[in-house]
Design a protein around this ligand. Structure first.
Ligand code: IPD
Ligand code: CA
Length: 267
C-alpha cells in the first residue's frame, strides 16, 4: 500500500470509528436510563460487574467495524477476538461499575492498532455527549475542538487520577497514592480509566496512572494524550497488547514525579 493510500484508509477508519462510537453510545445511554440499577449488580468476581449492555454494545461495534473493514481483526473486552496486524481494540463500556450503580461516568473506547502502533483513538462519553478523537500525527479533538494537556507543572496544584483494579494487590497502589499526596498532589479515582485518560488530554486533570490496565482500557486514551502534547509510557512494550501493562499519561512536567511514584522501570 502506498503512503497516501494508507493515510486515506486511516482517515476512513477514523470517520467510521467516530460514527460507531456515537451509535454505540446512544445504545449505552438508553440502557443506562432504563436500567434498574439495584438489580443490575451481578458480579463476575470481587468488584467486577457483569452487564448485559457490555456484550450488546460490543456486538454492535464489532458488526459495524468489521462490516466496514472486513479484513481487519477485532478484539473486545467481552468476547475477545484476534490480533492481526490491523486490529481494533474495543472496550464497549469502560466504567462498568459506575454504569451498574447509576453513576453517569462511563464511555465507549475504540483504538485501531497497525503493526503494533496505535493509529486511532476514539472515546465517547454518552451522558455528556463528548467525543474525543485522535489520529497519530494529526492531533486530538473534543467534539471537533483541538485539545492540549494542562500547562500546569507544580505538583502542589495538580489533580491526578490513580486507577485501581482487583487485578493487583493493594499495597503498591497505596504506596503510589501516598507518594503523590506527599508531593502535594490531589488524587482521585473516578472509575473509568479510559475517560480518566481523555480528561488528561483535555487538560482537565494533570495525569492518569494505574499499575496495570488492559489494552482495551488504555490505548485510545493514551493516543489522545500523546496527540495533545502529553507524556505517555510505552504501553505496548512487553506484549502490552495481549497482557496489559502499567499506564501513565500526564503533562510533561509531572512525568518524573509519577514515574517515581509508580516505580516504573525503563523511563
Ligand atoms: C476498569 C475501569 C477502572 C480501571 C480498571 C478497569 P471496567 O474497567 O477502567 O477505572 O481502574 O483498570 O479494568 O471494568 O470498568 O471496564
Ligand atoms: Ca474497561
Amino acid at each position: 500500500m502506498t503512503a497516501s493510500a494508507s493515510a486515506s484508509d486511516l482517515d476512513d477508519r477514523l470517520t467510521v470509528a467516530c460514527a460507531v462510537a456515537r451509535e454505540a453510545g446512544a445504545v449505552a445511554r438508553e440502557a443506562f436510563r432504563r436500567a434498574p440499577h439495584a438489580r443490575a449488580r451481578t458480579f463476575k468476581g470481587p468488584q467486577d460487574y457483569v452487564l448485559e449492555s457490555d456484550a450488546e454494545v460490543e456486538r454492535l461495534i464489532r458488526a459495524r467495524l468489521i462490516g466496514a473493514f472486513p479484513r481487519d481483526s477485532f478484539f473486545g473486552e467481552e468476547a475477545g477476538g484476534d490480533f492481526g496486524s490491523d486490529v481494533w481494540i474495543v472496550d464497549p463500556i469502560d466504567g462498568t461499575a459506575n454504569f451498574a450503580r447509576g453513576i453517569p461516568h462511563f464511555c465507549i473506547s475504540i483504538a485501531f492498532v497497525r503493526d503494533l502502533r496505535s493509529e486511532i483513538g476514539v472515546i465517547y462519553h454518552p451522558m455528556a455527549d463528548e467525543l474525543y478523537a485522535a489520529r497519530r500525527g494529526r492531533g486530538a479533538t473534543l467534539n471537533g475542538r483541538r485539545m492540549a494537556v494542562s500547562p500546569l507543572g507544580d505538583a502542589a496544584r495538580a489533580l491526578i487520577e490513580a486507577g485501581w483494579s482487583s487485578r493487583l494487590p493493594n499495597a503498591p497502589y497505596i504506596a503510589l497514592v501516598d507518594h503523590l499526596y506527599r508531593a502535594g498532589a490531589q488524587v482521585i479515582r473516578a472509575g473509568s480509566g479510559a475517560l480518566g485518560l481523555a480528561y488528561v488530554a483535555d487538560g482537565r486533570t494533570e495525569g492518569y496512572c494505574e499499575l496495570h490496565m488492559n489494552s482495551w482500557d488504555a490505548l485510545a486514551g493514551l493516543l489522545l494524550i500523546e496527540e495533545a502534547g502529553g507524556f505517555v509510557n510505552d504501553f505496548l512494550s512487553h506484549d502490552g497488547l495481549r497482557r496489559g501493562n502499567a499506564v501513565l499519561g500526564c503533562t510533561p512536567a509531572l512525568k518524573d514525579l509519577i514515574v517515581a511514584a509508580m516505580n516504573l522501570p525503563d523511563h
